[in-house]
Design a protein around this ligand. Structure first.
Ligand code: 3AM
Length: 179
């Protein structure tokens, strides 16, 4: 079995810029620069044939390149406790359309529909039951974060494995297929 999700890779200077703000919250588990991404569609554990179906459907998706701009910061809470801090993504209709097409492709490949609303973000750190006060300063310091736009010309099927210091993501394939 392999744990999969679709997403967008972040590269180069943008990674470095986020690494530079990956500090200042006690007990936070900061995402390593090479693991920074925007999740488009979580798939979960599937077997090899299911992965082939999913990749086959995703390979049919074609789209015009579009810009993505990271902007602002926020956090997720579960039961009043902070589980993650993230950078936001400026609304971009082409991104929402791509996400919808990946969702449709996953369902065509036999995956159950995603129930959650799409809230594009880049998770910067995860916390175990953080108190809101612990992330307040980081959020205040990064609320005006705004990155140089980057162009999205492909999306990626990532596999996720749990390592010693958290999850590691590997780009299994990129779509549209290269070459
Ligand atoms: O983009 P981020 O890092 O916020 O939280 C998981 C991570 O999101 C999310 O998928 C991304 C890659 O692992 N994820 C994990 N389990 C999930 C689930 N059951 C999930 N998303 C939706 N449903």
């Amino acid at each position: 079995m392999i744990r999969l999700f679709f997403g967008l890779e972040l590269l180069g200077e943008l990674r470095m810029r986020i690494a530079a703000i990956s500090a200042g919250i006690d007990r936070a588990r900061w995402v390593a620069p090479e693991n920074l991404h925007i999740t488009l569609r979580f798939v979960g554990e599937v077997d090899e044939p299911a992965m082939e179906y999913i990749a086959g459907e995703a390979a049919a998706i074609r789209f015009e390149p579009f810009p993505v701009t990271l902007s602002g910061a926020g956090h997720f809470e579960r039961g009043g406790r902070v589980s993650a801090v993230w950078l936001g993504v400026e609304p971009e209709p082409a991104l929402a359309r791509l996400r919808d097409r990946i969702e449709a492709a996953a369902v065509r490949a036999g995956q159950p529909p995603e129930g959650r609303k799409f809230r594009p973000h880049v998770t910067v750190a995860r916390l175990n039951r953080g108190r809101p006060g612990e992330v307040r300063d980081w959020l205040a310091a990064n609320t005006l974060f705004r990155a140089v736009p980057f162009t999205v010309a492909h999306f990626t099927l990532f596999s996720s494995t749990l390592g010693r210091s958290g999850s590691n993501y590997i780009a299994e394939c990129r779509f549209p297929p290269e070459g």
